[in-house]
Design a protein around this ligand. Structure first.
Ligand code: GDG
Length: 705
């Protein structure tokens, strides 16, 4: 509503005391660009799978962002640390992230009331917008949808656009996890039952009956919206009357259209088309005593609305696309007489729960027309049977239960995230690690390579270390107290080429080969390599079938990489390959591992853990640090003593004591360790260097003498 700026303070206080609500004021121009603009001209049509109606306007998008920020700022003013924020609907999809960035302790749930479209439709949003929308939603702890289908669509877009996979709806982000789940919204069931049997509604029913006469009533109630399929519905009714003259004068369609989004062109146009069609049908079939369509363009208060539900033999709900559709559920609840037939579009979320209704495809007038004819002939006992089942279902999963479930799951997910956060290597843990490092005299530092020191790239051969990584490892290794071990699944030739010049210990193929800076490669276990020959053609066959997949042959292992493949296709093919390999290698001493976007087959019995055990047995260390990201690093973490610092990159759980966010964070931790301490700085400083120089000169002169 429009509010005079001078009255805002008074109004804020009034709504706060009277309703416990806190208003957010938007300037009129912003409201137009935000609500009538981006929300209703871009998101609404696109998310309802009507892309031809969507407009893509940069100015509207910018205002959408600004308005989301305004909501964030308003919330920051009033939020307390342990508050739970439940954000509703497509108007505020950026808000969860905006809020989480500023207050990480706030528990956030987001619920989308409209459909989430398939990836093919969602991707029509320009690149930056679609990424920002998904990132925005992922700021929540829980993201809820009406149906399983919408949840799956969302997860698919998150995977394909942001690259985050999921496990049973749990999306693993680098620093936290987010749950996506399905909550089909219910209604306040008792309100409609009690309403229907109330004397006020009963007398309204009598009044309607007197004015409509002895006819069967078909009801249609919606906001004026092109997604609701009102025009198709009328065309279907027109066809029904044409095909069924026996029903003439015996049936009335009560068409209630509730004004909405006045000022959006498509809505104004639709209203005109609707009124023309109503006029045409009434003109074509009606007569002085009978008007087939009784049309009302207005908001109907609760009592007459329930009376309309109660008097109608059939409810005709035919949206082209609808998140849920509560009118259908309210009609079922209000049928206390036990009879009544619901015709509902397959494209409404509610159809998923109301399988006993007559389901139609709203795009086909013929289906609507015959559904009306069928509905009018369903025997009463059958109507009662079907209604009872649907009523029992709606009575169980009411809107209160829906809200309770949603809030509980938000709290549970946020609690899991908190537990996880305590495992993140935060500033305090980093300082303790540094302190321990500085006071120790003999240190073992075990570092994985891919996904730990460098991020993953589509082509694994292209993941060479940059100068930053090389200099970081060199600095660590030049400290004589450090024994730096690079322990990787890479083959020995690659490791040698990339790190051979550094004074470090290299371990290749997860432990099969090892070498110090001074010695040649040592083989840890000699095994005939012929097991590979039978498997290579299978791996190659699977790689040929999946564009972007490739095979890497190492001395003691084979790897089938699929990082470069379509993310959705890759996983199922990888599972199929693992199944095949398991069946084929039953009596061969090999191990099949699902690694990070790779399937690895390697000789059993040697792993990063066996190497770590040997290293630990060779010397006494008073500081041990191991960093890795993948399943193969778990073998390593598992054998380390309790006093060791083990860090897993990413948010997955495992044997590691800590998790850290990403490769950048690994670099930060290692730089912290590689930086000289004050004592070392002093020893490296100009005074100390001069002294050392003098000592050397004196030494030299003395020797000469
Ligand atoms: C969105 C999604 C999703 C309508 N006219 C009158 C009136 N209503 C009430 C109905 C019902 C509600 O408004 C409409 O809800 P719907 O679900 O049918 O549709 P949307 O407004 O588009 O809502 C939708 C919903 O969010 C919930 O998540 O189901 O898919 O689009 O409760 O009774 N109520 C009164 N007079 C009217 O004239 N009193």
């Amino acid at each position: 509503m429009t509010v005079d700026v001078s009255k805002q303070r008074v109004i804020t206080e009034k709504v706060l005391t009277e309703h416990g609500a806190y208003p957010v004021y938007l300037p009129q121009e912003e409201m137009d660009q935000f609500y009538l603009g981006f929300c209703n001209k871009t998101i609404w049509p696109l998310f309802h799978s009507l892309p031809s109606l969507a407009v893509y306007d940069e100015a509207m998008w910018q205002v959408y962002r600004r308005v989301n920020e305004r909501f964030r700022d308003a919330l920051l003013d009033i939020l307390k640390p342990d508050d739970l924020v439940w954000i509703h609907d497509y108007h505020l999809m950026l808000l969860p992230r905006l809020l989480k960035e500023r207050r990480s302790s706030i528990q956030i749930g987001f619920f989308l009331h409209i459909p989430f479209p398939s990836y093919e439709i969602f991707r029509l949003l320009p690149g930056v917008w679609r990424k920002e929308v998904l990132d925005g939603l992922l700021g929540a702890d829980l993201v809820g949808f009406h149906t399983y289908e919408y949840t799956q669509h969302f997860l698919q877009s998150v995977l394909r656009i942001l690259g985050h996979g999921h496990n049973m709806g749990q999306i693993l982000l680098p620093d936290r996890s987010v749950k996506a789940d399905t909550f089909p919204m219910g209604i306040d069931y008792d309100r409609y039952v009690n309403g229907a049997i109330s004397p006020e509604v009963q007398s309204e029913v009598a009044r309607f009956r007197a004015s409509l006469g002895d006819v069967r009533v078909v009801l249609s109630v919606d906001r004026l919206d092109y997604t609701k399929g009102i025009l198709n519905r009328l065309e279907g009714f027109d066809l029904f009357l044409q095909q069924n003259p026996k029903w003439h004068s015996k049936i009335v369609l009560v068409l209630v259209v509730v004004p909405s989004r006045i000022g959006v062109d498509q809505y104004d146009l639709m209203k005109r088309q609707l009124e023309e069609l109503v006029g045409r049908i009434n003109g074509k079939y009606g007569n002085l005593g009978w008007m087939p369509v009784v049309y009302q363009y207005r908001h109907v208060p609760f009592i007459p609305l329930v009376a309309l539900y109660a008097i109608s033999d059939v409810a005709l709900v035919t949206p082209l696309r609808d998140g849920m559709n509560l009118v259908a559920k309210e009609y079922i609840a209000a049928r206390t007489s036990g009879t009544g037939v619901l015709i509902i579009s397959e494209m409404a979320g509610a159809a998923k729960e109301l399988g006993e209704a007559v389901l139609i495809n709203p795009n086909h007038c013929g289906e609507i027309a015959s559904a009306i004819a069928v509905a009018l002939e369903i025997p009463e006992e059958e109507q009662v049977r079907r209604l009872r089942i649907m009523q029992a279902r709606l009575q169980r999963y009411t809107v209160h239960r829906w809200a309770r479930d949603f809030v509980q799951e938000t709290l549970d997910t946020a609690a899991t995230t908190k537990k996880f956060e305590t495992q993140m290597l935060g500033n305090v843990a980093q300082m303790l690690l540094l302190k321990q490092y500085r006071k120790s005299l003999k240190r073992l530092i075990l570092l994985d390579y891919d996904g730990t020191l460098v991020p993953f790239v589509a082509d694994h051969a292209q993941a060479q270390p940059g100068t930053k990584v090389i200099s970081l490892i060199r600095r660590l290794a030049e400290n004589l107290a450090n024994h730096v071990v690079l322990i990787s699944g890479r083959d020995r030739h690659t490791l040698e080429a990339w790190f051979g010049s550094l004074p470090i210990y290299l371990v290749a193929e997860h432990g099969f080969f090892a070498k110090t800076a001074e010695t040649e490669w040592r083989i840890m276990k000699v095994i005939p390599g012929d097991w590979k020959h039978g498997l290579i053609p299978i791996l190659k066959l699977f790689a040929d079938r999946l564009p972007g997949a490739s095979v890497e042959e190492k001395e003691y292992s084979l790897v089938w990489h699929y990082r470069g493949a379509d993310p959705e296709q890759g996983e199922p093919v990888a599972h199929e390959l693992i199944d095949n390999l398991n069946a084929l290698t039953g009596n061969v001493d090999v191990q099949i591992m699902q690694a990070n976007k790779a399937v690895e087959v390697r000789v059993a019995g040697i792993n990063k853990g066996t190497t770590a055990r040997e290293l630990l047995a060779e010397a006494e260390y008073d500081f041990i640090l191991a960093i890795g990201d993948d399943r193969t690093d778990e073998d390593l973490f598992a054998v380390l003593p309790d006093s060791a610092y083990s860090i897993k990159v990413g948010s997955a759980r495992g044997h590691a004591k800590y998790n850290c966010k990403d490769v950048d964070e690994v670099h930060r931790v290692l730089s912290l360790l590689a930086a000289p301490s004050r004592k070392e700085e002093f020893h490296e400083g100009p005074l100390w260097r001069t002294l050392r120089f003098l000592v050397r000169i004196t030494d030299h002169l003395t020797k000469k003498r």
